[in-house]
Write a new protein. Sequence first.
Lengths: 198, 198
Amino acid sequence: MTPRRTDALSRERIVEAAVRILDEQGEGGLTLRAVTDRLATGRGAIYHHVANKDELLAAAADDVVRLGDAPIRELALAVFDAIDAHPWLGAQLARDPAQPAVLRIWKGVGTQLHRLGLTGTALGDAGAALVNYVLGAAAARRAPDEAARKDYLEALAAQWAGSDPDPVVQEAAALLSEHDDRAQFLAGVDIFLRGISG
Amino acid sequence: MTPRRTDALSRERIVEAAVRILDEQGEGGLTLRAVTDRLATGRGAIYHHVANKDELLAAAADDVVRLGDAPIRELALAVFDAIDAHPWLGAQLARDPAQPAVLRIWKGVGTQLHRLGLTGTALGDAGAALVNYVLGAAAARRAPDEAARKDYLEALAAQWAGSDPDPVVQEAAALLSEHDDRAQFLAGVDIFLRGISG
DNA sequence: ACCTGAACACCGTTCAAGT
DNA sequence: ACCTGAACACCGTTCAAGT
């Protein structure tokens, strides 16, 4: 008569629970205890389906990065939007360059750049540049919601402007608090594409 | 007659000890206990000089990122070389976009791009693109030494090549294990600069 | 084979007590 | 004011014991 799970545990269900916890409570909220509580199971059960917490995080990221066959600009935007929807994702993608989600991004970028006619070293250099840019931009986006992010940027700009009378710093600080993240991200992609074709 | 420190504790000495521990043992080696052991002091003493571990990490990164007034290519290379000398630095720079070391990189990039004639939104877009690229490339470099990194990339390329018969993937995998990191990093910077001026 | 939950070996941080 | 070190409230991971 004790309340018990009816469905068996599985890697899928564990990853699903992890994603939900990450979305609701952020990186700090994902503990093995939170996962086992949500799944109403014992601590050690997780380790029958996932090697450790790092693998669980990588699996959660992989679950959430979905890339179609779209051209390069849309592909970059898809990564951007995934991070927008899951604020913990940026930090996770930056954490391990060998995780499945990152390899998938590499593959997508490589495929699209190849279609643009790049091969050999030029393809490798351009691919690395674009992937590093996308992941760098990803890691920089980590405020939980747009309002908090705006507050943060404004506070940062104020602090920054106050710390240095240099007019260049002043101008940069102003831009920091006013820019549109998504537009600026795309502007960066376009700089890249110009640099590649030019 | 107990052996005691003769010199007083200070933020400087604490940060110095943290940098040395990070260099010797990597991110995982930096615990408050390791720091207090090395300084032969009590656990709580640290908190009189540093707010918490995050601030200590940010201070260590700031201590190690030294940028001169060199033009943009050299400035980017200086960041690259700092990460080469301190493998933990890449992950740390990616961790918090508001930390002093990152703000200093922003300022340097902004200044140099301004000298190239950029202003307003163009300056902001180009600056963000370049900083994100540099930090993304930084985060991706995290193997302790060159030999281990080479091993890692070769293993990754093999795994990758084995996972997908697509010729694009095969080509990318080959490039992955053969390229020169430093040269590829500079190639990325040059793609950027072409994209900006083009 | 899969699951349980107590136990282990760690953490960062706090705080009463000392100097 | 600065420092000490025990105590606190957590972690991820393991493992004997159950089904």
